[in-house]
Design a protein around this ligand. Structure first.
Ligand SMILES: [Zn+2]
Length: 153
């Protein structure tokens, strides 16, 4: 990725300032940038890198939310933590329980906020929607003609 250089430095700098996201640009104005992506391997690589970074962030924040929720569910239903708190650390059961519940709730809130920020600040929803639409189109092309005929148009 670092070995290639941009074929048009001006367009490359504009695209870099947008994090190589042209999904928010009007269709008419997008053509030049799409052509640049088609011609320039450097910018295409950077665009792929930034979109994978966005998707990774979205996946990590959703996983964090899920695990904090899971931790809260575990605290609610299983209480082996109490024995450990008593015997090993010599902590008060109720205090430890409240501390863990607070930590789990705070963690869940922060990861949901982080996920919301990732989904609003990055083009992840459009990007994933585009991939899903593309896959659906490819699947539909592979369907036998008999099944295609059944689908309402
Ligand atoms: Zn370029």
């Amino acid at each position: 990725m670092a070995r290639t250089t941009c074929t048009d430095r001006v367009v490359g700098a504009i695209l870099a300032s947008w994090r190589y996201d042209i999904s928010g640009i009007h269709q008419e104005m997008r053509k030049d940038y799409e052509q640049h992506f088609a011609e320039c391997a450097h910018c295409r690589g950077r665009q792929n890198f930034h979109r994978s970074l966005d998707v990774t962030l979205a996946v990590l924040t959703s996983l964090a939310s899920f695990f904090f929720l899971f931790a809260l569910a575990v605290l609610k239903h299983i209480k082996p933590v109490e024995h450990m708190a008593f015997n090993v650390f010599g902590l008060d059961v109720a205090d430890t329980y409240h501390m863990l519940i607070s930590a789990g709730t705070a963690g869940f809130c922060f990861s949901v906020i982080a996920l919301a920020l990732v989904l609003t600040a990055t083009p992840v929803p459009k990007y994933l929607g585009g991939i899903a639409a593309e896959r659906a189109r490819l699947l539909e092309e592979r369907l036998p003609a008999a099944i295609k005929a059944l689908r309402p148009r």
